[in-house]
Design a protein around this ligand. Structure first.
Ligand code: IMP
Ligand code: MG
Length: 197
C-alpha cells in the first residue's frame, strides 16, 4: 500500500542552516512554510483547473517559486524574468531581461516576486509583460515592506507585511549572500558594509 504524503510537508527543510551570529530572525522557517501553503491555497482557489503560467522574478523569487509551484494543482508552465536594481543596499538603475520568459500571449499569467518594496520593479515588469498580450496578469509577493511604496498598484497576493528593515534569507540577498537561509533575517548595521564578500 502506498503511503499518502501531504505535499505541504515536503517543503519543510531538514536543516535550517547555521545562523550567522549577527542575523536576527524575522520570520521562522515554519512561519514562511505556513504562509506559502496559504498562498498556494489561494492561487488554487483563484484559478481552479485553468492552465497557469507562473513567472518568477530572478533571482530573489527562486526559493518561494520552488516551494509554491509544488503546491499548485492546475496545469502549470513555469518561466523566469530577470530584474535587478540593487548593489548591497543601494538602489541602482533597474535592468530587466525577459529573454528567458516563455510566450505568454493568450495565457493566464501570475508573476511571483520575493518582496514588494518601493514597487517600482513589479510595476515595470508588469508593464513590459502586459505588452506581450497575456489573457490575465496577476502578481504575488512573499513580502511587502510597510510604508515604502512609491507606486499606486498593489500585488494581488501578499503573504507577509514586514517592517521597513533590510531582510535576507529564503531567496533574498545582500550582495548575493544569505539567499540559502531557510528563515528570513534582518542584518545588523555591521553586516551592511560594501566590502562584504
Ligand atoms: P522594489 O522595486 O523597490 O519594489 O524592489 C524590489 C526588489 O528589490 C526585490 O525584488 C528585491 O530583489 C530587492 N529588495 C528590496 N528590499 C529588499 C530587502 O530588504 N532585502 C533584499 N532585497 C530587497
Ligand atoms: Mg528581486
Amino acid at each position: 500500500m502506498t503511503k499518502q504524503v501531504d505535499p505541504a510537508l515536503l517543503l519543510i527543510p531538514s536543516n535550517t542552516n547555521s545562523p550567522k551570529s549577527t542575523v536576527k530572525t524575522l520570520l521562522t522557517t515554519e512561519q514562511l512554510h505556513h504562509g506559502v501553503v496559504q498562498l498556494g491555497r489561494e492561487i488554487n482557489e483563484t484559478y481552479g483547473d485553468r492552465p497557469l503560467t507562473i513567472i518568477g522574478v530572478l533571482t530573489g523569487s527562486v526559493v518561494v517559486l520552488a516551494d509554491l509551484i509544488r503546491l499548485l494543482e492546475m496545469p502549470l508552465r513555469v518561466g523566469v524574468v530577470q530584474a535587478s536594481s540593487y548593489r548591497g543596499t543601494i538602489r541602482g538603475d533597474l535592468v530587466i531581461n525577459s529573454e528567458l520568459m516563455p510566450d505568454i500571449r493568450g495565457r493566464d499569467v501570475l508573476l511571483v516576486d520575493d518582496i514588494f518594496d518601493t514597487g517600482r520593479t513589479l510595476v515595470e515588469v508588469i508593464a513590459q509583460m502586459q505588452a506581450l498580450g497575456p489573457t490575465s496578469l496577476r502578481s504575488a509577493v512573499l513580502l511587502r515592506k510597510k510604508e515604502r511604496q512609491e507606486v499606486t498598484m498593489d500585488p494581488d497576493f501578499v503573504v507577509f507585511d514586514i517592517p521597513d528593515e533590510f531582510v535576507v534569507g529564503y531567496g533574498l540577498d545582500y550582495n548575493d549572500a544569505y539567499r540559502n537561509l531557510t528563515y528570513l533575517a534582518t542584518l545588523e548595521p555591521d553586516d551592511l558594509t560594501d566590502d562584504f564578500a
